[in-house]
Every structure is written in structure tokens, then in C-alpha cells.
Design a binder for this molecule. Structure first.
Ligand code: GLN
Length: 555
């Protein structure tokens, strides 16, 4: 039977509970145990597919076609294994199932009530997702004290009752602020979070203390006295990104291991490790990110960037992490230059210096019309000036639009997503999308295979001719334009097995111009960087090298 680790947040959200959960998973996996992780999102949406990326960050896509909160991406990146959509549970899913069952008459006249039906349905889903793994992490979204968390806490207590207290532990991930006017780390909000947990019948076994700096002995003792938890089980998890830090989340497993958290958890759950702790490969890859010898500047031309006075980089988190994975492999620190696509729209020559200051340009996925002409401008600049270019999903569709307009001379070419009346709709609805009226969960979602063309760059990067990447789109390259695009020199380097759908494109006579209808960023991990990102970083480093040597000649 699996052992469960429930992870609950205290004080505020957004302090790295997902990274803490993923890192605990990594630590336990390093002991040879099989581990999975479940994310509970207490919102009423059935999944994250219809959520605004500027509010919730990127939508993560699983192999089996789930559209999920970005935390599942952290679990996959840290555990290095695919995680199913069934490992995400939302309030919407629970109520939808219960109401469907009730309408079918499955309850045979029973009154369907909050207790026991809601916690029972939550438990059923948790146990199903747990499978036969040794360890199952269950992260509850939000913060203790949120009204919407209550049914999930209730379900965990009920699960505990069923499986025995020895088979489940609770970890509180709390935040210790340092108010600027007193410059002292305060434990009071954490004390209040513990109090709230206890009101729900939960005494935490461990407290992970997030803060700008490590937790000192004085504050550990204070929390120990207040909460009756041995200071041994109060774990310090200081910031690892930002100035004066290693600046990579991949060190967090080592931070937790320094406090011996893995051994302590195994002891508390009475689990035998299957191997000696092995973090060699992980640490080696992390070290290459921290101590990289080179630096490469990548321009990401996106639209989900500026939110009010703040920059929200979480909208492209998997793209950024994939760049870092590939950077680590190539010994290069990634410096990301955020380029707001709409700012390029009205700009003239002056935007060229910004674009050409980047070693490579990346156009990520997206929806809707804003910033589209700016992205097309950036793609044209990359194509005409030999700047390495990687296009993902919408990025590929716009590369096709740009090529159709400026190389095939198809004036007015566009995507029908942006201009339904375009004279040349080179990007159009996938056939099955015409009849779809519901927005949630109806795109072409999840992993699909593609057959790569031999003697292309795409083929040589993957090193095999059949590859599977994840998808999330409604539009495709219009089959009516396949031949004109190819006649003008665009190479379809990967097609769906039935040869109808363009999955990868590239240009010959360009250092690196590759785009894909898929999202390879969803399969990249620290130990296994995505091949297209690897090739893109290599090409960007080569351009940098070329520019430097040209400068030398001029001097
Ligand atoms: N909006 C485009 C489509 O639906 C691209 C989607 C994406 O970039 N994920 O086809």
C-alpha cells in the first residue's frame, strides 16, 4: 500500500509549495522509491484549460491530454516521468461526477450530501491516482484557511482513518516574512497557520519554512515551542532564486537533503529505502547551470508578459525551464530578453537593434490576435538575418503566415483564427474543430506521433524518425497550401503519420529556423533536455561566436 505525504500551504500562496512538493518527490526517488504526485486545485473549473494564463500561469498539457495547473509540470520536471491528468483533482470534477451519478440514478434514492459524498469522491480519485507507487505526494492548492480547501482536508482525514495514521504524514509549507521596517524574520503568521491546521484536526509532522534567508536556531525553537514539533522537523527552505543565490530551482532537493528531510520522512512513514541516496547526475546537471562558462541571450517574443505594473513570467514557465535545461547541457547561462510582441507592431527600424542583440529568437504558443503582427515582424527579421529561430505552436503557424506573405507572395495570407475572412487562410481550423461548440477540453490535446523526414535538421536533432510530442491547438497548416509552401522552399520536416497534418517545419540555408505545431517544452527535463531546445541553444551560441569573431576581424 502506498504511503501518503500531504502538503498544505500556510500564510500565503506562491511561495514555492509546488517546488517543495516536487523536490521532496525527487529526494525520495533518489532513494530508489517509486513516487507520484497529485495536485488538488480547489477551484470549480473542471481543469485549467479555460483559465487565463496571466492569472494562473501557463496551462500544462499531459501526455493523456489533460490541461492542468503548472505545478504538474514541476512534478514531471523533477521526477523525470510522465504524470497523468488523473493526478489533478479539482472541485469542478468532484461535483460534476456526483451530479452525473445522481442524474443517472446511481444513488438509488439516497440524499446526496456534502458529507460523505464529496470527501468519498475525493478519496476515490486520490486512491486511483496513487496506483501502486511507494510514495504519493498530495499537494493541496491555496492556503490553509481558504474556505474551498475544507472538503479536501476532510477527505485526507477520512483517508487517514481508513489507512492508519502510520501511513500518512502532513507537511506545512509556510512563509516567514521579514518586514522591511523591523528587518526581522517573523514566525507569528506560521504559528497562526499551525493553529488553523489544528482546527481541521491536523497536526503537521514537518514544517518547511520558506523565507528570504535560512531559518536560524532561535526561530526554529520558537516554532517548536509553539507547535510541539521537534525543531529537527522544522526545515529551512530559503530563496534559491534572485540576487546572491544559485539562481536555480533545481538545487532545492539538495537544500532539503542538507536537513536530512528524506531520511526523516522515511523513518516517520516506516519505509525502507531501496537504494543508497544517489543524486550524482542531478547535482552534476544543476552544477552546470550554476557554473556555466558561457552566456546566451534568448529573446522571447510573447504577449502574456506585462500585467499591470508587474511581469508575469509564469505564463511561459515550461519554455523558460526548457531553455535552462538546454543551457545546462551546453554549459551556457540563459539570459532571457522579454520582448512584448505588441510593442514591435508600430515600431520601425529601431526594433531591429533589439532583435539582433539576441542570439536566438523564440516565439511561444498563444491564442488570439493581440501582438500577432509584432511576432510576424520578429519572425521575418530572424529569417532574413540568419538569427536562430524556434517557433512553438502559434509560433509555427505565424512562421507559415510570414513565409506565405513574404516568400510565396500570397498577400493577405493569415491564420483564420485571427482573420476568419483572410484571402489566403494558410492556417485554418482542424477538420474536427468545425463542429465544436464547447470550449473546455475540446482542442487537439495530448501526445501525438509525427514522422520525421530524413536528412532534415529536425530529424538529426531527434535522432529517430518517429517522435511523440504534446499538443494543444485548434488550427493547422491548411492542406490547400501545402504544395505552394513547399514549392517555395519550406520544408515539412515532420508530418502526422497519415501525412495530412504539418507537425514540424524548417528552412534550408538558414543556421536554425525550426518550428513545430507541438509543445516540446512539455517533455523537457533537467536530465533530458528537449532536442529542439538543445539544437536552438547550440545554434544561438554559434551565432554569438560568429558575431564575436567578426568583430575581431574588424578590429
Ligand atoms: N491558437 C492556436 C491554435 O489554437 C495555437 C495554439 C497554441 O499556441 N497552443 O491552433
Amino acid at each position: 500500500m502506498p504511503k501518503y505525504i500531504a502538503v498544505i500551504g500556510g500564510v500565503i500562496s506562491g511561495v514555492g509549495k509546488g517546488i517543495a512538493t516536487a523536490s521532496i518527490g525527487r529526494v525520495l526517488k533518489n532513494y530508489g522509491l517509486s513516487v507520484t504526485a497529485i495536485k488538488i486545485d480547489p477551484y470549480i473549473n473542471c481543469d485549467a484549460g479555460t483559465l487565463r494564463p496571466t492569472e494562473h500561469g501557463e496551462v500544462w498539457v499531459t501526455d493523456d491530454g489533460g490541461e492542468i495547473d503548472q505545478d504538474l509540470g514541476n512534478y514531471e520536471r523533477f521526477l523525470g516521468q510522465p504524470i497523468s491528468k488523473f493526478n489533478n483533482i479539482t472541485t469542478g470534477q468532484i461535483y460534476r461526477t456526483l451530479i452525473e451519478k445522481e442524474r443517472r440514478g446511481d444513488f438509488l434514492g439516497e440524499t446526496v450530501q456534502f458529507i460523505p459524498h464529496v470527501p468519498n469522491e475525493i478519496k476515490r480519485r486520490v486512491i486511483n491516482a496513487a496506483g501502486a507507487n511507494d510514495i504519493v505526494l498530495v499537494e493541496i492548492g491555496g492556503t490553509i484557511g481558504d474556505y474551498e480547501n475544507i472538503p479536501f482536508l476532510f477527505a485526507l482525514k477520512s483517508l487517514e482513518n481508513e489507512i492508519g495514521t502510520e501511513n500518512i504524514i502532513y507537511i506545512l509549507v509556510s512563509y516567514l516574512p521579514i518586514p522591511t521596517h523591523i528587518e526581522e524574520m517573523k514566525t507569528k503568521p506560521t504559528q497562526l497557520a499551525i493553529k488553523l491546521l489544528r482546527e481541521n484536526g491536523i497536526q503537521p509532522d514537518f514544517i518547511i519554512c520558506r523565507g528570504k534567508y535560512p531559518l536560524d536556531a532561535v526561530r526554529k525553537n520558537k516554532i517548536e515551542q509553539y507547535s510541539n514539533i521537534s525543531s529537527e522537523n522544522i526545515i529551512s527552505m530559503p530563496d534559491v532564486t534572485g540576487e546572491g543565490t544559485p539562481n536555480t530551482i533545481y538545487v532545492v532537493p539538495s537544500v532539503l537533503e542538507r536537513e536530512n528531510l528524506g531520511e526523516k520522512i522515511l523513518q516517520r512513514l516506516n519505509v525502507q529505502k531501496k537504494e543508497d541516496y544517489d543524486s550524482q547526475e542531478w547535482n552534476e546537471s544543476t552544477r552546470r547551470i550554476i557554473h556555466s562558462e558561457k552566456k546566451v541571450k534568448i529573446g522571447i517574443v510573447g504577449k502574456y508578459i506585462n500585467i499591470g505594473d508587474y511581469m508575469l513570467k509564469d505564463s511561459y514557465i515550461s519554455v523558460c525551464e526548457s531553455l535552462r535545461h538546454a543551457g545546462g547541457k551546453n554549459n551556457a547561462e540563459i539570459s532571457i530578453c522579454w520582448i512584448d510582441a505588441s510593442s514591435l507592431e508600430d515600431s520601425g527600424e529601431e526594433s531591429h537593434s533589439l532583435l539582433s542583440s539576441c542570439d536566438g529568437l523564440l516565439i511561444p504558443g498563444g491564442f488570439g490576435s493581440s501582438g500577432v503582427e509584432g511576432k510576424i515582424k520578429a519572425i521575418r527579421y530572424a529569417r532574413e538575418n540568419n538569427i536562430p529561430f524556434l517557433g512553438l505552436c502559434l509560433g509555427m503557424q505565424l512562421a507559415v503566415v510570414e513565409f506565405a506573405r513574404n516568400v510565396c507572395s500570397l498577400g493577405g495570407a493569415h491564420s483564420r483564427e485571427i482573420n476568419p475572412d483572410a484571402q489566403h487562410g494558410v492556417i485554418d481550423f482542424l477538420p474536427e474543430q468545425h463542429s465544436i461548440s464547447l470550449k473546455g477540453g475540446t482542442m487537439r490535446l495530448g501526445s501525438y506521433p509525427a514522422v520525421l523526414k530524413e536528412n532534415t535538421k529536425t530529424y538529426s536533432l531527434y535522432g529517430q524518425n518517429i517522435v511523440a510530442e504534446r499538443h494543444r491547438h485548434r488550427y493547422e497548416v491548411n492542406p490547400e497550401y501545402h504544395s505552394i509552401l513547399q514549392q517555395n522552399g519550406l520544408i515539412f520536416s515532420g508530418m502526422s503519420p497519415d501525412k495530412t497534418l504539418v507537425e514540424f517545419i524548417e528552412l534550408p540555408n538558414h543556421p536554425f529556423f525550426i518550428a513545430t505545431q507541438s509543445h516540446p517544452e512539455f517533455k523537457s527535463s533537467l536530465l533530458k533536455p528537449a532536442p529542439l531546445f538543445d539544437g536552438f541553444i547550440k545554434a544561438s551560441l554559434a551565432r554569438q561566436h560568429l558575431l564575436t569573431s567578426q568583430t575581431h576581424i574588424e578590429l
